[in-house]
Ligand binder design. Structure first.
Ligand SMILES: [Zn+2]
Ligand SMILES: [Zn+2]
Length: 614
């Protein structure tokens, strides 16, 4: 009889021991039972016969996980504080039923022509295991990626390109297809099961040489991987906001070191962490060559007459524009004018957003929806006033400016599928839309051809958040949005903010910001310190609070970590669960991990290297 340690896929339990008469190899997917329920597991290793009686391993499946996948999952489980089974559950296994085919790929004969500085950048990324391509918007990072991929492909290896999900645009795809032909496959969450199956087969049998996708593409079983590129490496969507709260950029660097293959991180506004940690190449041009005029309006976030004027002026001149607003829906808050009652979600301690089209109030945290009330639900008499406008309201407003102005909303409420994204971007580039009004989605690496105006609202709100990254977030957002405009012609960037001085100081030189910010954070926040956030959520607020307090007492005894703060989360309740948190700091992540192990509980969720604090 042989005994095996089996990781239970998706289960928070650590691996358990099962037995089998067959000799099984590590990585094999198997069926086991857990409390009389069928459960899929993965063979981790053979182990000694334990003291207790074990259950037999059931059917073996035709899938297996590679050594690299298991090792990455082990690292994820240790670092991000989840079980091995939860980490492995993110990975897509190999199918042993599919035979690899060796197909010659035909690259486009058109060589990607590089400028002198691009050649230098290529040399740079060639000579470092991990490198940061700090390249201005429009300075030609993609050409460098493509040339490096050419080299990797000619060695018979494959390349993985990670992008923020929403950056998988038709322009990007056609650019890569033109050069790499059918050797390119896309992978993303909005694919149908059938599309996924077809793509996976190409990855299994080796037809796919360039795999492009968001963070989940990192978990695909890519044989002979020779290069990983993480584009827009600063993007927050690389960090998972649910358990396990891994960061795909950092996992990519880990995978690179494990496989001894190069990893290239690229961004026009690199994260301070990557800037401080990795050797970088500064690729200038593009952004700074085209003429952008920044105009600041010191006012609160509102649709002011000057915004109307500048939008109409730009439209009359025959140009296109974009408007950034951080909030979706019509309004974020609804307040009673007579009693001051603030309409909150009954399950979360957040304001309900007004969606006029569906005549509803919606909670953006738990999706609870109710009919838009006409009068105050509390005092039954007061009129309701709204505050903090969102994209839908701005679209209504701008549409009233002129009958011929074609305005399009561009956010998660409207762009719900990859197809809708493609349709809107194509229509915009065909000039069938004059004004795009959107949220963060606007800033993410799309190629808009002809924007002469960018209006940016709500930055002061970002700046005033109690988040040590507030300055970095606000500035990089402005630089990214500004970078979408003025590609072909001069452009105006109209910014509604009282903080002109701060933005002006760094707009022309993002690196100066990084240097200053590094000095400000030194000794207090990442990258010079490591942070971990421990979250306690429970329907019973007393229980959650007690669990947090107990952990605080224990953590206070550990002198390698420091408690930065603890208490109720900024949003005290989400989806009917009360939330408490502890923020921990240390010089080393190993000290944090060790300390957290002392206070592990089923109620607690670990967020290593957190980027949200609400
Ligand atoms: Zn009232
Ligand atoms: Zn809610």
């Amino acid at each position: 009889m042989l005994f095996y340690s089996i990781a239970l896929l998706g289960s928070p339990l650590e691996p358990l021991t099962y037995h089998s008469v067959d000799c099984l190899s590590a990585g094999r997917e198997v069926d086991v039972t857990l409390s009389n329920r069928l459960q899929q597991g993965v063979v981790i290793e053979e182990c000694e016969k334990p003291e207790f009686t074990t259950q037999p391993i059931g059917m073996t499946r035709s899938f297996f996980y590679t050594d690299a996948q298991i090792q990455c999952a082990q690292f994820m489980s240790e670092y991000y504080g989840c079980s091995l089974g939860e980490a492995l559950n993110l990975y897509v296994p190999y199918s042993i039923e599919i035979e690899p085919i060796r197909k010659e790929i035909s690259l486009s004969s058109i060589n990607v022509i590089l400028s002198e500085s691009q050649v230098k950048a290529l040399d740079f990324i060639r000579s470092h295991p991990v490198s940061l391509l700090f390249g201005d918007t429009g300075a030609g990072k993609s050409e460098i990626y493509m040339r490096r991929m050419d080299e990797i492909l000619s060695e018979g290896k494959r390349a993985l390109l990670l992008l923020p999900e929403i950056s998988l645009t038709p322009q990007m795809e056609s650019r890569f297809r033109e050069h790499f032909g059918d050797a390119v496959v896309l992978w993303h969450s909005k694919m149908t099961p059938k599309q996924k199956k077809v793509t996976l087969e190409k990855i299994y049998n080796g037809e796919a040489h360039i795999i492009v996708g968001p963070r989940s593409a990192l978990f695909l079983p890519i044989a002979d991987l020779g290069l990983i590129v993480v584009d827009e490496e600063h993007d927050e969507s690389y960090k998972s906001s649910s358990r396990p709260r891994y960061n795909a950029r950092d996992m990519a660097v880990y995978l690179g070191s494990l496989l001894k293959i190069p990893v290239v991180l690229g961004s026009a506004t690199p994260s301070l962490g990557s800037y401080a940690k990795y050797p970088f190449f500064r690729l200038r041009g593009g952004f700074y060559e085209s003429k952008r005029t920044f105009v600041f309006e010191p006012s609160l976030e509102a649709l002011t007459p000057s915004i109307d004027r500048i939008i109409m002026g730009n439209f009359t001149d025959g140009h296109q524009g974009i408007v950034f607003i951080p909030t979706r829906a019509n309004f974020k808050y609804t307040v009673c004018e007579s009693c001051g009652y603030h309409v909150e979600c009954p399950f979360c301690s957040v304001g309900m957003s007004q969606h006029k089209n569906s005549r509803a109030l919606k909670c953006h945290y738990c999706n609870y929806t109710e009919v838009l009330p006409k009068i105050c639900p509390k005092c039954q008499s007061g009129a309701l006033r709204t505050a903090r406008l969102g994209t839908a309201e701005a679209v209504e407003h701008f549409s009233r400016l002129s009958e011929t102005l074609r305005v399009q909303q561009f956010d998660r409420d409207i762009i719900t599928t990859q197809n809708k994204l493609i349709k809107v971007l194509e229509a915009f580039n065909r000039h069938e839309i004059d004004l795009l009004v959107g949220t963060q989605m606007l800033s993410k690496g799309h190629d808009y051809h002809d924007i002469a105006l960018a209006v940016v609202m709500g930055l002061d709100n970002l700046l005033s958040q109690s988040d040590y990254r507030a300055r970095e977030k606000a500035l990089s957002l402005l630089v990214q949005i500004a970078g979408r405009s003025g590609r072909k012609q001069n452009a105006t960037v109209f910014v509604q903010s009282f903080n002109e001085h701060f933005f002006r100081e760094y707009l022309e030189d993002y690196e100066k910001f990084l240097i200053d910010e590094l000095r400000i954070r030194n000794g207090r926040y990442p990258p010079t310190k490591k942070l971990a956030r421990l979250l306690y959520a429970h329907k019973n607020g007393v229980k959650a609070k007690a669990a947090m307090e107990e952990a605080v007492v224990q953590l206070q005894r550990i002198d390698t970590v420091q408690i930065v703060g603890f208490g109720a989360s900024a949003i005290e309740r989400i989806a009917d669960k009360y939330r408490f948190q502890i923020l921990l700091r240390s010089d080393k992540s190993t000290d944090l991990i060790r300390a957290i192990k002392h206070v592990k509980s089923s109620m607690m969720e670990i967020d290593m290297d957190p980027i949200e604090f609400t």
